[in-house]
Design a protein around this ligand. Structure first.
Ligand code: GLN
Length: 445
C-alpha cells in the first residue's frame, strides 16, 4: 500500500498537496508492521494517512506553510499523531495549507497553490486544502486537518469528500500549531463516514497535555438505523442572498425528500446570523495575534540575520517571515485587543459568542440535528477572490458557526453543480454528541 501511494504522489506531484513526503520512514514503518503477527494488529494497521503541516511529527519538519518555520523540525509528536502511530497508522507526509491555517482557498501558502483534482483551474478550499486533495486524488487513505472556522469542512466540500470537525476538546490540540486556541480542532478527512469513525476512536479522548480536552474516552460506533430524525435548519442560512441559487434549490428539494422519508425538517428563525462572521474574525484574530507573538526569530522561526537592535531584529524577522494574510490578522487582532477598543470589539464579540452558544444549545432541546450549507458557492477559480479579503471572510458564514458554538459538525458530499464541481451540506448536533452526528451523517450519505 505504501509503495502504491508513493507512486500516486509522484504521478500527481503537480497538485502540490504535500509540503514534505516521508517515503523512507513510511516504508520502514510498513516493514515493521509487516513483521507483526496478526494478533498484534491495531485498528489502523497499515492505514496510510497524511497530516496537515500544522501537526508536529517528531523528527520531521513542520512549517505551517510559512517561511517563518521553514527550517523548523518537530521535537515531539502531537497527541493526535502519536495516537495514529500507536494504532498502526503510517504517516506518508505533511500536507500543504494556508499559512498558519488562515484562509479559505489555500492561496495563502508560502509553498504555492494546491490544485483541486476535480478541476485544476480551481482552488481546493482552505485552509486544509492539501489534506483534502490528498484524499480526493487518492494519495492516501485518510488525512488529518485542522478546523478553526471550517478549514476541514469547506475544502472537503470543494473536493467532494467527507470532512469532520469534532466537538471542541474531543481530539487533543497538543502539538497542533495554534491559530485561535478556543476555536482550534484537529479534524479528519476521509472518503466515507465509517473511516472517520474508526480514526476518531483511535485519536479522541482525554489528554493530560491539553487542559481543554474532554474528560472521557471516546468509543463510537456506526450502526444501521431506521430512526425518524427531527431535523432543523436556520431559515436565514437558506435565504441568504449570496447563496448560489443551484445550491439553494438542491438543498430545498433534499429537505423535501427527507420529509417524504418520514423525517421532520423544520425551518427555524435565527436572528444572530449577521453577527457570526464579525464575531469570528474579531475573536480569532485576537487569539492569533497573541499566539503568533512567539515567532520572533529568537526562540522560534525565521531569522533574517544581521546585527540590529532587538526591536528592529524582531521587526525584520516578522516582516520577512510572515505572509500578507497573517500580517493582516495580527494587525486586526492587536487592534481589537488594544486598550481603547477592547470593550467595543473583543468584549462585545465574547458576549455575542455566548449568545450564539446559548441559542444553539436551546435548538438541540427540540431537534436531533441541524442541517446547513457548507459554503455559499462551489470551488472558485484561482485569483477570483484573492484580491478581496472581506468577501473571502464572508463566505465562511456557514462553517464558523460550529466553532463559535463549540459543537461538532461534518460536511458530506451529495450533489454536482452544473459547473461540474461537487457540493453537499453540513450536519451539526449538540455538543459532545459526536457519535450521534456520525451516525446521522452516515445515514444521510
Ligand atoms: N477560513 C477560515 C479562516 O480563514 C477558517 C480557517 C480555519 O478553519 N483554520 O479563518
Amino acid at each position: 500500500a505504501v509503495n502504491y501511494y508513493i507512486q500516486q504522489i509522484a504521478t500527481k506531484k503537480h497538485l502540490n498537496a504535500f509540503i514534505n513526503t516521508y517515503e523512507a520512514a513510511a516504508l520502514k514503518q510498513a516493514a515493521e508492521l509487516d513483521a507483526l503477527p496478526e494478533n498484534q494488529w491495531k485498528p489502523l494497521h497499515g492505514v496510510v494517512i497524511a497530516i496537515k503541516d500544522v501537526l508536529n511529527y517528531k523528527g520531521f519538519p513542520v512549517t505551517a506553510a510559512s517561511r517563518m518555520l521553514e527550517n523548523y523540525t518537530s521535537i515531539y509528536n502531537a497527541t493526535s499523531v502519536q495516537r495514529l502511530l500507536d494504532n498502526g497508522a503510517i504517516i506518508i507526509g505533511s500536507c500543504n495549507c494556508d499559512e498558519f491555517a488562515m484562509g479559505s482557498s489555500n492561496e495563502n501558502s508560502a509553498f504555492g497553490n494546491v490544485l483541486n483534482a476535480a478541476d485544476e483551474s480551481r482552488v481546493p478550499g482552505g485552509s486544509s486544502g492539501g489534506s483534502a486533495v490528498a484524499v480526493q486524488a487518492g494519495l492516501c487513505m485518510a488525512s488529518l486537518g485542522s478546523d478553526t472556522g471550517g478549514s476541514v469542512r469547506q475544502p472537503a466540500d470543494f473536493c467532494g469528500i467527507v470532512g469532520y470537525k469534532p466537538t471542541y476538546g474531543r481530539i487533543s490540540r497538543y502539538g497542533l500549531i495554534a491559530y485561535a486556541s478556543s476555536f482550534d480542532n484537529v479534524g479528519i478527512f476521509a472518503n466515507n463516514v465509517e473511516d472517520i469513525s474508526v480514526i476518531l476512536n483511535c485519536i479522541a479522548g482525554e489528554d493530560p497535555h491539553d487542559g481543554t480536552s474532554i474528560r472521557e474516552t471516546y468509543n463510537g460506533e456506526i450502526t444501521a438505523t431506521d430512526q425518524k430524525f427531527r431535523f432543523a435548519y436556520l431559515k436565514p442560512t437558506i435565504d441568504l442572498p449570496g447563496l448560489n441559487p443551484e445550491i439553494k434549490t438542491a438543498l430545498e428539494s433534499y429537505f423535501k425528500k427527507l420529509e417524504d422519508l418520514g423525517h421532520s425538517v423544520t425551518a427555524i428563525e435565527f436572528d444572530l446570523l449577521d453577527f457570526i462572521v464579525p464575531t469570528y474574525y474579531v475573536l480569532t484574530t485576537a487569539e492569533a495575534s497573541s499566539n503568533l507573538s512567539r515567532y520572533d526569530g529568537v526562540r522560534y522561526g525565521y531569522n533574517s540575520g544581521g546585527s540590529l537592535a532587538l526591536d528592529d531584529f524582531y521587526k525584520q524577522n516578522r516582516s520577512n517571515g510572515f505572509g500578507k494574510e497573517v500580517k493582516r490578522r495580527i494587525m486586526l487582532g492587536s487592534f481589537v485587543l488594544s486598550a481603547g477598543y477592547y470593550d467595543a470589539y473583543f468584549n462585545k464579540a465574547q458576549q455575542i459568542r455566548r449568545l450564539i452558544a446559548n441559542k444553539t444549545k436551546n435548538i438541540f432541546d427540540n431537534y436531533d440535528a441541524l442541517l446547513m450549507p457548507v459554503s455559499p458557492h462551489t470551488a472558485f477559480r484561482f485569483g477570483e477572490k484573492s484580491g478581496d479579503a472581506v468577501s473571502m471572510y464572508l463566505a465562511d458564514i456557514y462553517t464558523v458557526y460550529a466553532n463559535l458554538a463549540g459543537i461538532p459538525a461534518i460536511s458530506i458530499p451529495k450533489f454536482t453543480h452544473s459547473n461540474g464541481m461537487p457540493f453537499g451540506f453540513q450536519v451539526h448536533t449538540k455538543s459532545q454528541a459526536d457519535n450521534q452526528l456520525l451516525n446521522i451523517a452516515n445515514y444521510l450519505t
